[in-house]
Design a protein around this ligand. Structure first.
Ligand code: HXC
Length: 257
């Protein structure tokens, strides 16, 4: 690929973005974020891609925002440039995205993983929001998404002490969907991605939209929203194909239409 800080591949219908700044434990600098943006936009526009996996290295998913790049910013620099605004692309992506995390997922790294739809962790994964230790607080959604994911007690513990949490604890408290052996992480994430990518893409995208609505609205509104999306899927050929295939005891061939 033509990127400097990431590697981009496709495996069948799964797009893979590998963060690749090994000299800085994949610290998220402006270039890396803009390259992730760009790669993701490519996958979103590509009819051949049904799911995206974001991963790092064995040692680090990402050790946070790039401290060396941030340290001399003034308030005006930070506020006027809104440098964290760029990160929203991942949270706003419409296709399903899986984070595959090994090693450190700290600060902005943990926040990036939480912007994805679910996290598959290697047994070596370490999550944390250590910003407090460098005189700031999480700035890319950490105080909000972590609290929604694991509750106030654990979120306060992590955000106030800055301590790291291993994969077992992260799974126990609901941050992580599954734990796999480190050596199998990318293969397992691609397998999960492939399982998602064979589904009808409109259905998968609406499933994601509906689950996300649970974080934005009341139960009554959320259930109403879900039902509208559910009924709307009866306008797709894939609903006819999926249900016909079940009745005929064969595999469905979805057209994403
Ligand atoms: C810039 C970083 C970095 C970071 C590591 N490096 N994390 N550079 N920004 N966030 C660099 C180190 O400076 C070092 O470069 C190289 O990566 C290897 O790191 P080491 O510290 O030597 O490795 P190790 O001893 O194994 O320790 C790993 C570590 C530690 C525990 C993860 O690197 C660490 O604490 N990193 C910072 C974690 C952090 O505070 N993250 C939150 C950032 S604030 P050299 O050149 O010295 O070899 C944040 C705000 C988000 O994320 C808000 C939204 C933008």
């Amino acid at each position: 690929s033509s990127y400097e800080t990431i590697d981009v591949e496709t495996h069948g219908r799964v797009g893979l973005i590998r963060l690749n700044r090994p000299q800085a434990l994949n610290a998220l600098n402006a270039l890396l974020i803009s390259e992730v943006d760009c790669a993701l936009a490519g996958f979103e526009a590509d009819d051949g891609v049904g799911c995206v996996v974001v991963t790092g290295s064995e040692k680090a998913f990402a050790a946070g925002a790039d401290i060396k790049e941030m340290k001399d910013k003034s308030f005006a620099d930070a506020y006027l440039s809104d440098f964290i605004g760029r990160w929203d692309t991942v949270a706003r992506a419409r296709k399903p995205i899986i984070a595959a995390v090994a090693g450190f997922a700290l600060g902005g790294g943990c926040e990036l993983a939480m912007m994805c739809d679910f996290i598959i962790a290697a047994d070596t994964a370490q999550f944390g929001q250590p910003e407090i230790k460098i005189g700031v607080i999480p700035g890319a959604g950490g105080t909000q998404r972590l609290t929604r994911a694991i509750g106030k007690a654990k979120a306060m513990d992590l955000v106030l002490t800055g301590r790291m949490m291993g994969a077992e604890e992260a799974e126990r408290c609901g941050l992580v969907a599954r734990i796999v052996p480190a050596a199998d992480l990318v293969a397992e994430a691609l397998k999960a991605g492939a399982a998602v990518a064979v589904m009808s893409l409109p259905a998968a995208m609406m499933a994601k939209e509906a689950v996300n609505a649970a974080f934005e609205t009341t139960l009554t509104e959320g259930v109403r929203y879900e039902r509208r999306l559910f009924y709307s899927l009866f306008a797709t050929q894939d609903q006819k194909e999926g249900m016909a295939a079940f009745v005929e005891k064969r595999k469905p061939a979805f057209q994403n239409r």
